[in-house]
Write a protein that binds this ligand. Structure first.
Ligand SMILES: Nc1nc2c(c(=O)[nH]1)N[C@@H](CN(C=O)c1ccc(C(=O)N[C@@H](CCC(=O)O)C(=O)O)cc1)CN2
Length: 288
C-alpha cells in the first residue's frame, strides 16, 4: 500500500550519547511494525557527548496506534536512555499564526507559498499592530486582527495577542517590530520564529540596514531564529548573505536584503514544520 502522510511519523531525540541508541530505536520501530524512511543523527563528540536523532517512519494504522506507540516509547527506550523526545505525525498539520507590522515582504512570501501548497501548514490568522496590511492578507482568505501596542498597554496587548493565537503550534514574526516580553515568550517557548534583517550577531536591534550602511559592510544578510526574551539572541535556525559594495545606498541594502529575508524565513519555517530542528544550548541542530 503506498504510504501517505497519514501513515508517516517523525521522532526527534536528544540524549547523552552512548552505544546502542540506534539499535534501540530501530528495534523498537521494527517490533511495532514500522518501516524507517529516513534516519539522521549527530553527536557532539566521538563519544560521551550529546546525541541527536531525527527518524521518519511509516506505519500502517498509525492513527489507531499513535497513543500506544507514544506511551510505549516513553516507557521503554526513552526512559532507558533518558531522552528528550517528541513524536509527531506528518498528517497533523501544524497551525501557524503570523505577527507583522508594516513591512509586507516576509508575510506575503509565507502567504503566497502557503497558498501554492509549498508550506505544509494552516495559516490561521495574521495579527498586526497596524491596519496597513489587512486587504493584502484578507485576499488570501486569512483573518486579520489589529492589536495596537504602546508602552502603556503592552501587557494588555500581549494578553490579547496570546488569546488570539491560542491553538497555534508556532508563531512567525514576519517583521513584527515590537519586542515581546519575557512573560509572553515564556508561554511560547521555542515556538516563535523571527526574521531578523541582518547576519546575526551583527547589527542586533532596530534598523540593521542603516547600521550596516554606516559600517560600510561588504555583505548583508538575514537570520531566522527562535525568539527568546533577549532581543535577537535566540537559537539561529537559518542565515544567508549577499555581497554589496560602497555603491549601495541604505535603500539598495534594504531592497536586496528583503529578498534574502524572504528566502531565509521560508526555509526556517518549513524546517520547523517538517520537524527538522532541535534546540540545544541556545543553538540548533537542523536535519535539512
Ligand atoms: N523578545 C523578543 N521580541 C522580539 C524579538 C526577539 O528576538 N525577542 N525580535 C524582534 C524583531 N526585531 C528584529 O528582528 C526587532 C523589533 C523591534 C525592535 C525595536 O526596537 N522596537 C521598538 C519599537 C519600534 C516601533 O514601535 O516601531 C521597541 O519595541 O521599543 C528591535 C528589533 C521582534 N520581537
Amino acid at each position: 500500500m503506498p504510504m501517505t502522510a497519514a501513515h508517516t511519523a517523525r521522532l526527534l531525540i536528544t540524549c547523552a550519547d552512548r552505544p546502542g541508541i540506534v539499535q534501540a530505536v530501530s528495534s523498537f520501530l521494527y517490533h511495532h511494525g514500522a518501516n524507517i524512511i529516513s534516519l539522521d543523527q549527530y553527536a557532539t563528540e566521538e563519544q560521551g557527548g550529546t546525541y541527536f536523532m531525527r527518524v521518519e517512519f511509516a506505519l500502517d494504522r498509525l492513527q489507531e496506534v499513535r497513543d500506544v506507540l507514544t506511551r510505549s516509547f516513553g516507557d521503554t527506550v526513552a526512559a532507558q536512555y533518558q531522552m528528550s523526545w517528541q513524536l509527531t505525525l506528518v498528517g497533523d498539520i501544524k497551525k501557524v499564526g503570523i505577527l507583522v507590522s508594516k513591512y509586507d515582504h516576509a508575510l506575503l512570501e509565507l502567504l503566497w507559498r502557503w497558498s501554492r501548497g509549498l508550506l505544509p501548514c494552516e495559516i490561521t490568522q495574521v495579527v498586526s499592530n497596524h491596519e496597513d496590511l489587512r486587504d493584502a492578507v484578507e485576499r488570501f482568505g486569512v483573518p486579520y486582527h489589529v492589536v495596537k501596542v504602546t508602552k502603556e498597554n503592552k501587557v494588555e496587548a500581549e494578553a490579547e495577542i496570546h488569546e488570539l493565537m491560542a491553538g497555534n503550534d508556532v508563531l512567525v514574526l514576519a517583521r513584527y517590530m515590537q519586542i515581546l516580553s519575557s512573560e509572553f515568550v515564556e508561554k511560547w517557548s521555542y515556538r516563535v520564529i523571527n526574521i531578523h534583517h541582518s547576519f546575526l550577531p551583527a547589527f542586533v536591534g532596530a534598523d540593521p540596514y542603516r547600521q550596516a550602511y554606516e559600517k560600510g559592510v561588504k555583505l548583508i544578510g538575514a537570520t531566522a531564529h527562535y525568539v527568546t526574551a533577549d532581543l535577537d539572541q535566540g537559537p539561529i535556525i537559518e542565515q544567508a548573505v549577499e555581497r554589496v559594495s560602497h555603491r549601495y545606498t541604505v535603500e539598495d541594502l534594504r531592497e536586496l536584503g528583503e529578498d534574502v529575508e524572504r528566502n531565509v524565513l521560508t526555509r526556517a519555517v518549513r524546517w520547523h514544520l517538517e520537524d527538522r530542528v532541535i534546540v540545544h544550548d541556545n543553538k540548533t541542530i537542523v536535519f535539512d
